[in-house]
Design a protein around this ligand. Structure first.
Ligand SMILES: [Cu+2]
Length: 169
């Protein structure tokens, strides 16, 4: 009977987290997408909001080691109802509908520049854990990588005051 204990534990954890989730998640994005050849996605970080209900900021480094340009067209964050690519220029921020990355090019999504905003976060996303980010390219290929979940603070102070409502269409 002892062998059953881990199973029960796993089931109850699954049931617990399911209760906290919102319906209609994009579960397809998290089911082991095919890795796009020549692309290296790393340093994924999601900085959780200081105020519950606010969006989280996502950052990563993407290197195109392939011999063709690729076009990044969408991002998704496991546990977020939706995620958008944004670019901050000076004081203003705009949605970034797509981004071309040339062969040999490295693109950094970072504080104060290109970044991901993740909206309607699952409460299960807590600092110290690891999530997942998935990039979708114009040709339909996807790349996923771990996403370090971090507590708010530090460099996020400037983001906290940003108003994202103007492009929440
Ligand atoms: Cu933003």
């Amino acid at each position: 009977m002892k062998r059953l204990a881990p199973l029960f534990l796993a089931v109850s954890i699954a049931a617990l987290s399911a209760c906290g989730q919102q319906p209609a998640k994009d579960d397809a994005a998290s089911t082991a997408p095919d890795a796009k050849p020549g692309l290296a996605l790393s340093e994924g970080v999601l900085v959780l909001p200081a105020v519950k209900g606010n969006p989280a900021g996502g950052y990563f480094t993407l290197v195109n080691n392939g011999d063709k340009a690729v076009t990044l067209s969408a991002v998704s964050v496991t546990g977020a109802a939706r995620a958008e690519m944004h670019e901050t220029t000076g004081e203003s921020m705009a949605a970034l509908p797509s981004l071309q990355i040339k062969p040999g090019e490295t693109v950094k999504f970072e504080r104060g520049g290109k970044h991901v905003m993740a909206f309607e976060l699952d409460p299960a996303l807590t600092a110290g854990n690891t999530g997942e980010i998935t990039l979708t390219f114009a040709d339909g290929d996807k790349v996923s990588a771990p996403l370090k979940l971090e507590a708010p603070g530090g460099g996020m102070d400037d983001m906290a005051g940003m108003d994202h409502s103007e492009h929440s269409n």
